[in-house]
Ligand binder design. Structure first.
Ligand code: HEM
Length: 120
């Protein structure tokens, strides 16, 4: 690893660790960060580089729009076609290094009965 000089004039091997949690769960960036509150994205939304699930700057994820569309379609089908429940009610979110459900968020799916079109 390269040797860097920090502002304190101390020579040290510098390793920078960053995770989305640094801002996504920081109450200085998002009031009540644990609360589900889509309204925080309304209007001007969060400050630049505060919400960065796909990174930021020139190396930002090029799959961003594809991933968002795919997740939207996936969620649409889950909600429309199934009732679902979490199998572990108190599953923790762990940081490894990104936040993920500790046991992979197992769920049980119950298919909705097929919709029958009734002629008018
Ligand atoms: C939910 C899905 C995804 C998330 C959360 C995600 C997140 C990220 C993040 C955080 C980075 C690093 C950005 C940075 O350094 O500033 C990245 C890079 C990248 N992602 Fe994604 N990504 C997702 C899906 C995808 C998909 C579907 C593709 C391709 C089809 C993709 C291709 C890439 C590539 C090629 C890079 C490297 C870009 C570079 O270094 O110039 N990602 N992604």
């Amino acid at each position: 690893m390269d040797e860097h000089v920090c502002p304190l004039k101390t020579k040290l091997p510098l390793q920078l660790y960053w995770s989305t949690n640094s801002t996504h769960r920081n109450p200085e960036c998002f009031r009540e960060p644990e609360k589900f509150d889509p309204s925080r994205f309304e209007g001007a939304g969060p400050a630049p580089f505060a919400y960065v699930p796909f990174g930021g700057g020139p190396r930002m994820c090029p799959g961003k729009e594809y991933a968002r569309l795919e997740i939207l379609v996936f969620m649409h089908h889950i909600v429309k076609r199934f009732k679902w429940e979490k199998l572990l009610s108190n599953e923790k979110v762990v940081v490894n290094p990104l936040p993920i459900p500790q046991h992979g968020l197992p769920i049980r799916l119950y298919p909705h009965p097929p919709q029958v079109d009734v002629p008018a």
